[in-house]
Design a protein around this ligand. Structure first.
Ligand SMILES: [Zn+2]
Ligand SMILES: [Zn+2]
Length: 254
């Protein structure tokens, strides 16, 4: 699995694009490309990373906050301009089809019905297992102010977990168990904030779940800048797994 951090920021960071991750897997010589979340500042970064209209196979939407899905109308419309023909999978919780379609209609009403390619919605609720875009998908409920599902994707014995937004729960802990990589939001460093995780409780989570690597994303913009040294120190003190702070454009292989 190739993981590329398209964006690592929180909702309103003027420098870092919203958190969004590209995952590429290979199956029988064919590459499948997946995007995890697509907030309002993500599309330009995605186009720089992936200028081809047909490469993207599926988009996972963790929840319906703007910094996680308001980029979709732009992405869909540019694919139309680029004459995309391949269906695009949109995977997420129940009701995603209606919310995404309404949002798209609000942004570009005349485009929705003449897109030239199909938006294929796939529901993935906790407890369900879906095979799509070359990976096996599972989800679990996180603790956030809007209903957020964390997701786990597996392929060929490798696995990646992505929290979306929210505090970890017993359900997300068991979803992440043994993952090669957990990508978790850590909105604050140590001060608790309702509906969000902290750097320290993400590290606890990763230890309890026995994950090998932990990427910390969606960190509050001022804390990330002013207390970067503290975050890196906390990461360096962890010896039983690798904890890191990705930058936009960083790529890793798992
Ligand atoms: Zn967010
Ligand atoms: Zn949110």
């Amino acid at each position: 699995m190739k993981i590329k951090f398209i964006g690592v920021g929180e909702a309103f960071d003027e420098e870092l694009p919203n958190t969004s991750i590209q995952v590429v897997v290979e199956e029988s010589g064919i590459e499948h490309c997946i995007l995890l979340d697509c907030g309002f500042t993500v599309p330009p970064c995605f186009w720089k990373s992936c200028p081809d209209a047909e490469s993207l196979d599926a988009i996972w939407i963790s929840h319906f906050h703007g910094d996680h899905f308001f980029g979709l109308p732009a992405l869909f419309t540019r694919f139309r301009e680029m004459n995309r023909r391949k269906p695009l999978l949109i995977i997420g919780q129940q009701g995603a089809a209606q919310t995404v379609t309404q949002t798209f209609r609000l942004a570009y009403p005349s485009t929705v019905d003449k897109l030239g390619y199909e938006l294929r919605f796939v529901s993935l609720e906790p407890g369900e297992v879906v095979s799509a875009a070359g990976v096996v998908w599972r989800s679990a409920l996180n603790g956030h102010s809007r209903r957020d599902l964390a997701v786990r994707m597996e392929k060929g014995g490798k696995s990646v977990f992505y929290s979306g937004d929210g505090l970890w729960t017993d359900e997300t802990l068991s979803l992440a168990r043994g993952a090669d990589l957990a990508i978790h939001e850590a909105f604050r460093i140590d001060a608790e904030f309702p509906g969000h995780a902290t750097v320290s409780n993400c590290i606890d989570f990763a230890r309890k779940a026995n994950v090998r690597r932990l990427a910390l994303v969606h960190i509050e913009r001022n804390e990330r800048r002013l207390r970067r040294g503290d975050i890196l120190r906390m990461a360096a003190e962890v010896s039983d797994l690798e904890v890191f702070l990705p930058e936009p454009g960083d790529e890793i292989l798992i």
